[in-house]
Design a protein around this ligand. Structure first.
Ligand code: FUD
Length: 289
């Protein structure tokens, strides 16, 4: 059975014990099976409090993050590369402690606008770190999923095809691809073929609209998206992601350029998103039968 989730920033801008519990409850009330925790600073996350929330509320979590300039593992500054490796190892430990199975997002380099292409040596640094982090994750029962994002957020992988090449280069069976319809809508030539191309490596999917607001009110071709997911028999997490100035995490919101208020009522947004995704998902399943 396909599991649907939502990104934590739909519900809360903070992920201390109180913010986390609030997000978990709202996420469950809206009917989602999974909550994705934005784990940009895993050292600030209170693991004991987090574990208590998970046990009390009975939620399934995943986590995602984007590295910063100070933790860019795909650069040429050894201190930053080492800091990035420490951060990723800690993020894996947090996910494992919460009983989660996936660490996703821009975990292969700094999530920001780069002013130049990645260097060959920087790219190699990132790959070496990822292999070690993937070993550590594998031992902890956590899968890494590298998110393909648009050109303003990485200079490493902007398309599914580049993601496949990159994963082959890394050559680690505990690293999967993470595709996001918002980014695909900017960089890909369509929404069907990239999923087919990524199929054998696809481990995580974000469903986001072109303006990152209500699903179905922008330009993303969700019919093609869900047809492709059904066609390849994708059965991993499908997580709704949306951002508005109504809920702000100063770090993540500023990095992603969330300057517009696309919604106020996150309960309505979440319920709508789940119904929308389930509806498309069922429609293509019915056709496939
Ligand atoms: C970034 C993005 C996100 C990000 C994650 C961090 O544009 O799409 O998935 O990596 O939200 O929590």
């Amino acid at each position: 059975m396909t599991k649907f989730g939502s990104h934590g920033l739909v519900w809360s801008g903070t992920f201390d014990a109180e913010g986390f519990r609030h997000a978990v409850r709202k996420n469950a009330e809206a009917g989602f099976d999974i909550l994705e925790i934005p784990l940009l600073d895993p050292f600030a996350f209170d693991v004991d409090a987090g574990r208590a929330v998970v046990e009390q509320e009975g939620v399934t979590v995943t986590a995602s993050l984007g590295l910063s300039a100070a933790t860019d593992i795909s650069g040429d500054d050894p201190d930053r590369v080492a800091a990035g490796e420490r951060l990723l190892l800690r993020a894996v430990d947090v996910v494992a402690a919460l009983g989660g199975r996936y660490l996703a997002g821009v975990i292969y380099g700094a999530m920001r606008k780069h002013e130049a292409p990645a260097t060959a040596s920087g790219r190699r640094n990132g790959i070496e770190v990822l292999r070690r982090v993937a070993d550590h994750a594998q031992a902890a029962g956590v899968v890494l999923a590298l998110e393909v994002v648009n050109r303003y957020e990485t200079n490493i992988i902007n398309t599914a095809r580049q993601g496949v090449v990159y994963l082959r280069e890394i050559g680690h069976d505990n690293i999967r691809l993470h595709l996001d319809t918002y980014h695909m809508n900017i960089e890909e030539s369509g929404m069907f073929e990239p999923f087919l191309e990524a199929a054998p490596m696809l481990g995580y999917v974000h469903i986001g609209e072109s303006h990152r607001g209500y699903l179905g009110t922008g330009t993303v071709d969700f019919d093609a998206t869900f047809r492709a997911l059904a066609h390849i028999g994708y059965d991993g997490p499908i997580v709704f992601e949306s951002f508005s100035t109504a809920i702000v995490d100063p770090n993540l919101s500023n990095t992603l350029g969330v300057w517009r208020n696309l919604w106020e009522d996150n309960e309505d947004l979440g319920r709508h998103a789940l119904a929308f995704m389930r509806g498309r998902h069922r429609a293509v399943e019915t056709i496939a039968l």
